[in-house]
Design a binder for this molecule. Structure first.
Ligand SMILES: Nc1nc2c(c(=O)[nH]1)N[C@H]1C(S)=C(S)[C@@H](COP(=O)(O)OP(=O)(O)OC[C@H]3O[C@@H](n4cnc5c(N)ncnc54)[C@H](O)[C@@H]3O)O[C@H]1N2
Ligand code: MOO
Ligand SMILES: [Mg+2]
Length: 404
């Protein structure tokens, strides 16, 4: 292998430049939950759609009640009652009032609402014992939240509860989204066994396909966990080709380094897949390319579990987000205060497992890329830049919180 390493950012940029978002189509709102909007949404209606009361009480003209006190109450005739859902039945004449319920449209002529609590709750006449402090009190004006034509949601925004609630509130029954990508996951290694099966002294359980399938699902995509393929190129290619029909993206683990049985490299290099070293630890040996007639993107991740996971976070997750049209594609890091000094290899971007509490960050375990026990303890990756060989306790550092 040549000594020159590709930088993390160069490889990620190359991958993101190679991948296009999946085609968008309209979805019912609840089917769009968790996906990204594939359109800028402008409001078809204003919110509120009409001036309405924020309290149960009496619609009045401000000047008619501005002097009301306990000692000198104002008396007004009540000329009608307006419930929520009733078209404004009334034009209110000066010196009169109408009962009005929360959410009901204001009658023309009225500009203020006096809540029941400031009155005797009269039916034909009402006694008002407290004045509103301003014209317009307890009235919600047309468009004071959203104006017709406003941009309420940008393309790329994730459709969570608040976003779906807003879309429904402005009358949208559907929203354009991109489908969840179908991701095929293969673990390579003749030493691998399925959990639950007997283990020889030379075999280990396949943790990676579960790790990656769960990470794929957490990203919002569909995971097809194929399982274990032995270190035999013909069998690997057969398993891969069988799966391509249902794949928008393929992830493999293992078989990409310098070994004598590095099956993925051996099988896919002739197909034009790129293999090389990336200036990062863990995750140095990587491969990326396209396979099959449909040129499906394939990520060939290193086999060490921490390397596979970090590679997923750094390269595959942004690609999945791009397929789904989610923004941002690359998760931003946050700043934190380092509790313990750390050292790092020069020339490589180090991703150390860490515990992050919202302000400070502590390394967890060692840097070994086989340490899945430590990985499971961590809730963040501490990112040590390529040129940095050591960080002092108390330094401000970059942290990538792990939400999965
Ligand atoms: N001579 C060199 N050897 C290695 C180098 C190197 O530069 N020169 N790089 C090392 C680094 S760094 C990594 S990372 C690994 C990557 O190797 P492979 O991608 O070829 O992965 P394997 O050799 O197949 O496996 C590595 C390791 O991980 C275990 N493994 C594999 N799959 C799974 C799985 N599904 N679940 C759990 N554990 C798995 C496997 O048994 C090995 O122990 O190469 C170094 N070597
Ligand atoms: O780069 Mo490997 O991914 O350290 O263990
Ligand atoms: Mg292997």
């Amino acid at each position: 292998m040549p000594n020159s390493l590709t930088s993390v950012d160069d490889l990620r940029d190359r991958i993101l430049g190679d991948i296009e978002p999946l085609p968008a189509y309209p979805q019912q709102l609840m089917d769009a939950f968790g996906l990204a909007s594939a359109e800028d949404v402008h409001a078809d209606v204003s919110l509120p759609g009409f001036d309405n009361s924020s309290h149960d009480g009496y619609a009045v003209r401000f000047e008619d009640v501005a002097t009301a006190t306990e000692q000198r109450p104002v008396h007004l005739p009540v000329v009608g009652e307006i419930a929520a859902g009733q078209a404004g039945l009334l034009a209110l004449s000066p010196g009169t009032s109408a009962k009005i319920m929360t959410g009901a449209p204001m009658p023309t002529g009225a500009d203020t609402v006096v809540p029941y609590e400031w009155t005797d709750r009269g039916v034909a006449r009402v006694v008002i014992t407290r004045a509103p402090s301003d014209r317009g009190e307890h009235v919600r004006l047309l468009g004071d939240d959203v104006r017709q034509g406003d941009l309420v949601l940008s393309e790329g925004a994730i459709l969570g509860p608040r976003q779906l609630g807003l879309l429904a509130a402005v009358g949208r029954a559907t929203v354009a989204t991109r489908p969840r990508p179908r991701v095929v996951i293969l673990s390579t290694g003749s030493e691998l066994r399925e959990p639950g099966q007997p283990l020889g002294h030379d075999s280990i359980y396949d943790g990676n396909s579960y790790l990656l399938a769960a990470a794929v699902r957490r990203a919002g995509a569909i995971a097809y966990r194929v399982g274990i393929v032995p270190d035999e190129p013909a069998k690997f290619l057969e398993a891969l080709n069988d799966q391509l029909v249902r794949a928008d993206l393929v992830i493999t683990s293992g078989g990409v380094s310098q070994g004598d049985f590095d099956v993925v490299k051996e099988a896919l290099r002739p197909e034009g897949v790129w293999f090389g070293g990336v200036a990062m630890q863990p995750g140095k040996p990587q491969g990326y390319g396209r396979v099959g007639e449909d040129r499906i993107p394939i990520f060939t991740l290193p086999g060490n579990p921490v390397s596979a996971y970090v590679s997923f976070r750094v390269f595959v997750l942004p690609a999945l987000r791009r397929l789904m049209g989610m923004r941002p594609e690359v998760a931003p890091t946050v700043s934190a205060r380092l509790t313990h000094a750390v050292t790092s290899r020069p020339g490589l971007r180090q991703f150390l497992r860490a515990e992050y509490d919202g302000s400070s960050v502590s390394p967890v375990g060692g840097p070994g890329s086989h340490l899945i026990g430590d990985l499971a303890q961590a809730n963040a990756l501490l990112v040590v830049p390529e040129e940095t060989t050591g960080l002092e306790a108390g330094a401000t550092v970059d942290v990538l919180p792990l939400d999965d």
